[in-house]
Write a protein that binds this ligand. Structure first.
Ligand code: XIL
Length: 325
């Protein structure tokens, strides 16, 4: 195989990445994505602030454009994301939801889940139904959803999604849950176990995998193993592996050796997935460094976090992944 898409497929997995409304206008990004990715996640276009900006006013255009583009290229799509509250990134949850009287939150959430899942019925591989439910200490984020329904909001959202599309795979997705022994990864494991015991429809766990070079946990494979032991799929959903860079334009690493560390860690991640039967695939959170969120989002000079450089050329981590599949 000469592309990540083909190499992953040859092992019964997928390799994927994201697409955004901006990148859709960039022929270099779209042709690279179509060549290398078998699965596409819309970066922001299906999130609540875009898809239901005011109550009952559904805006599917931006999400549809990415879904239709991907389908036209023979790629599958992961829906991202239905129910999300993370104050660190504003979570793209519109103010109208945050301001609802608590007794109206359940209805609004069920309606949002139902309408989006119905709209995309038959067109998606999976949905990240609930995104980032936990704080780093393993406690539940104190969202409007949690305030209104307690932790039951997660089961309620999953049931609404299943009722709207019996076939799409339903995921919970979070970060700092990749290794096997952090309070947060234990919380995710315990939640998944409880949901399965309760017969709640849940098909998989997404491990976001936003890493800092040199600190990728060594226990990802064992964590994948314990999660799949519950009868679930796992996927690496948002891989990037950032390093210190000289400036944000060219994202030249401060320590050139970091590119090799990134390559080794990428190889190890691919190998972990291949070693776990129900690890279905891996997506990176970008087309390439030029459109990755890291330089914009992380304070300080971070970047060079993906498999392709600012000119969409493959980096050592790309070849490492290609050889590891
Ligand atoms: C990020 C996008 O990349 C940014 O463009 C946006 O401003 C904030 O969200 N976890 C997730 C993704 O689940 O949805 C986030 O995406 C990155 C962290």
């Amino acid at each position: 195989p000469t592309t990540l898409k083909e190499a992953a497929q040859a092992k019964g997995r997928y390799f994927g990445g994201i697409m955004s409304s901006n990148s859709l206008n960039n022929p270099t990004a779209t042709s690279l994505a179509a060549r290398e990715f078998g699965v596409i996640t819309p970066e922001n276009e299906m999130k609540w602030d875009t898809s239901e900006p005011s109550p009952g006013n559904f805006n599917y255009g931006p999400g549809d454009r990415i879904q239709e583009w991907a389908a036209g290229k023979g790629m599958k799509v992961r829906g991202h994301t239905l129910v999300w509250y993370n104050p660190d990134v504003e979570s793209q949850l519109p103010a109208w939801v945050k301001q609802l009287p608590l007794q109206q939150v359940r209805g609004a959430m069920e309606n949002h889940v139902t309408q989006l899942v119905k709209h995309y019925k038959g067109k998606l591989l999976a949905w990240d139904v609930v995104n980032e439910p936990f704080n780093d200490d393993g406690s539940y984020r104190n969202s409007v959803f949690y305030q209104a329904m307690g932790k039951d909001y997660i089961a309620i959202a999953l049931r609404a999604a299943r009722a709207a599309d019996p076939d799409v795979k339903l995921y919970l997705n979070d970060y700092n849950t990749e290794g096997d022994n952090s309070p947060k990864s234990n919380a995710m494991y315990n939640l998944a176990k409880q949901l399965k015991a309760d017969g709640v429809p849940l098909d998989g766990i997404g491990l976001e995998s936003h890493f800092e070079v040199g600190t990728v946990p060594s226990t990802i494979q064992s964590n994948m193993q314990r999660l799949t032991g519950l009868g679930l799929d796992v996927a690496v959903t948002e891989y990037d592996n950032r390093m210190q860079v000289k400036e944000k334009q060219n994202q030249t690493p401060v320590n050139p050796g970091d590119l090799n560390t990134q390559a080794t860690e990428t190889k190890n991640l691919v190998t972990a997935c291949l070693n776990v039967a129900r690890c279905v695939g891996m997506s990176q959170w970008a087309v390439g460094d030029a459109d990755n969120w890291v330089p914009l989002f992380f304070p300080g000079s971070w970047g060079s976090a993906t498999l392709f450089d600012v000119n969409y050329q493959p980096k050592p981590a790309y070849y490492a992944a290609l050889n590891a599949f």
